[in-house]
Design a protein around this ligand. Structure first.
Ligand code: PRP
Ligand code: MN
Ligand code: MG
Length: 181
């Protein structure tokens, strides 16, 4: 059964690009003196954001990826996040920026930051393009946030709905047609 839906634009590609330029300036200021910044994308949702962000970072950069398990349809709050694919490189004593598309309940990014903190990076920061504070289940806030958004089902710019719509160039809000009058 497939529910019919349409997608309303929430954040335009232009607005995203402008915000990324501003965030990149802040990141450059923070990591001004870095020998090399390890930019870590959380698969799969962050792949578009990390691609645009690193191209605005005028710093020596290494790109790596990590994948954490989705807790799927579970609605329990004691959600366990497992690592499905680990980093290729070492991060001990190095500068690290973890890049995420969205912080929803907070379980994914908070678990991955704890997991990587245990490797003793020199400095580690987190950035999320979107933050949905209304859905938070753990006390976690990314160091940089692109946009705070309301509790709406979003897709695009890397974010999927059942593995679709990641390729939309903007952030859209999913509207189920049978929800509307
Ligand atoms: C989504 C999203 C974040 C996470 C946020 O990933 O990309 O990684 O959920 O949710 P949370 O704050 O409640 O943990 P998903 O598990 O769907 O995997 P994907 O990135 O491969 O789509
Ligand atoms: Mn994800
Ligand atoms: Mg997903």
């Amino acid at each position: 059964t497939t529910r019919k839906y349409h997608i309303d634009q929430m954040i335009s590609a232009k607005a995203i690009a402008a915000r990324i330029e501003a965030l990149a300036d802040e990141i450059k200021a923070e990591f001004d003196d870095t020998p090399k910044l390890v930019v870590v994308g959380l698969l799969r949702g962050s792949f578009v954001f990390i691609a645009d962000l690193v191209r605005e970072l005028d710093l020596p950069v290494e790109v790596d990826f990590i994948e954490a398990s989705s807790y799927g349809d579970s609605t329990e709050s004691s959600r366990e996040v497992r690592i499905l694919k680990d980093l290729r490189g070492q991060i001990a004593g190095r500068d690290v920026l973890i890049v995420e598309d969205i912080v929803d309940t907070g379980h994914t990014l908070s678990a991955v930051s704890e997991y990587l903190t245990a490797r003793h990076p020199a400095r580690m920061k987190t950035i999320a393009l979107l933050d949905k504070p209304a859905r938070r289940e753990v006390d976690f806030k990314a160091d940089w946030i692109g946009f705070e958004i309301p509790d709406e089902f979003v897709v695009g710019y890397g974010i999927d709905f059942a593995q679709r719509n990641r390729n939309l160039p903007y952030i859209g809000s999913v509207k189920f047609d049978d929800d509307e009058g």
